[in-house]
Design a protein around this ligand. Structure first.
Ligand code: CA
Ligand code: CA
Length: 317
């Protein structure tokens, strides 16, 4: 199995000039071992967010070269599986999170996981829904700490980046140079207290390269919807960009004029908050596939026979 371990390489900033520690070709499946967002520094309820060494926080495993990806292409990442560890933590710290001004002191809860549930208290078991918190590629020019989400992906904290979904990321540098970390066993929209159930684990991905799409920002495909993601210093700016991207998709995909697409978006697309706690905030605009069956510019995946098995794979030039 193609496997990239934390010991192979880990980054703490998405920059333009990253050096790959592994390389996979388009269509190849590989696994990435991920640390939790505090890099294993929180093991008991006495370990507090306020005490962690910030130089070793939110590491992303990689960079991983996707052979043949060129600037201007779009990276298509099928999230095939996310296996998380046996326990995770949730934490608060004064001044962090949506209500940080009301938090008197840091507190950590360790939540054991069993049979697909996280035990929050004696009478409260939460069905887990693992997703990837941080996933991104080398940037166009700026360097962003892995705490930041942006056009390169990064700390998107978007719960739809889960097994069964596909994440599309713009490629800014040769080989894309992907890095992945910061898994969550569970998190709701907003991530209001500043953490999900933070946890380590392994993700299985399949990368492919789409040349024609011209995507500018991350976009998630689920079975039911296209989700345009936008990150900005505040929620209003993130909402505006996510909405503009979704309206543009509807207009192009349906051959509508912009005014009609804008009105349609207001009727059928949900504008939601991925997270309201990272240094940049992330909003998402959900475009149901009912109104946009195909993403404009995205070639149809065609089934190809490989190793005796028929799998869906995109057309390549
Ligand atoms: Ca995160
Ligand atoms: Ca996290």
């Amino acid at each position: 199995m193609n496997r990239v371990r934390v010991s192979d390489g880990q980054i703490f900033a998405f920059a333009p000039n990253l050096q790959p520690v592994a390389a996979f070709g388009p269509g190849e499946t590989f696994e990435v071992e991920c640390q939790d967002s505090c890099g294993g520094q929180i093991r008991t309820e006495a370990d507090l967010l306020s005490k962690v060494d910030l130089d070793h926080v939110n590491g992303a495993t990689g960079p991983i070269e996707i052979v043949g990806a060129r600037p201007g292409d779009t990276l298509r990442l099928d999230v095939l599986d996310i296996a998380v560890g046996r326990e995770g933590y949730v934490g608060i710290e004064p001044e962090l999170g949506v209500l940080g001004d009301r938090v008197p002191r840091a507190k950590t809860r360790i939540l054991p996981l069993r049979d697909g549930f996280a035990r929050f208290s004696k009478d409260l078991r939460l069905p887990i829904a693992p997703h990837i918190g941080t996933i991104g590629v080398a940037t166009a020019g700026q360097t962003f700490s892995t705490f930041y989400p942006g056009e390169h992906g990064g700390n998107l904290d978007t719960r739809e980046i889960r097994a069964g979904s596909t994440l599309y990321l713009p490629v800014f540098q040769l080989g894309a140079l992907l890095a992945v970390g910061d898994l969550h066993a569970l998190m709701a929209d907003g991530e209001v207290c500043v953490t999900g159930i933070e946890i380590g684990g392994t993700v299985r991905l399949r990368a492919d390269v789409v040349p024609e799409l011209g995507l500018q920002r991350p976009l998630v495909e689920t079975r039911e919807a296209w989700i345009a993601l936008a990150s900005a210093p505040d929620l209003d700016a993130a909402a505006r960009t996510a909405t503009a991207d979704a309206v543009d998709l509807l207009a192009r995909g349906r051959g509508m004029d912009w005014e009609d697409a804008y009105m349609l978006a207001s009727l059928v697309c949900d504008l939601r908050i991925s997270q309201d706690v990272d240094p940049y905030r992330t909003c998402k605009m959900v475009v149901p596939k009912r109104y946009l069956p195909r993403l404009p510019g995205l070639p149809e995946r065609r089934p190809v026979r490989r190793r005796g098995r028929t799998t869906a794979r995109k057309q390549r030039r």
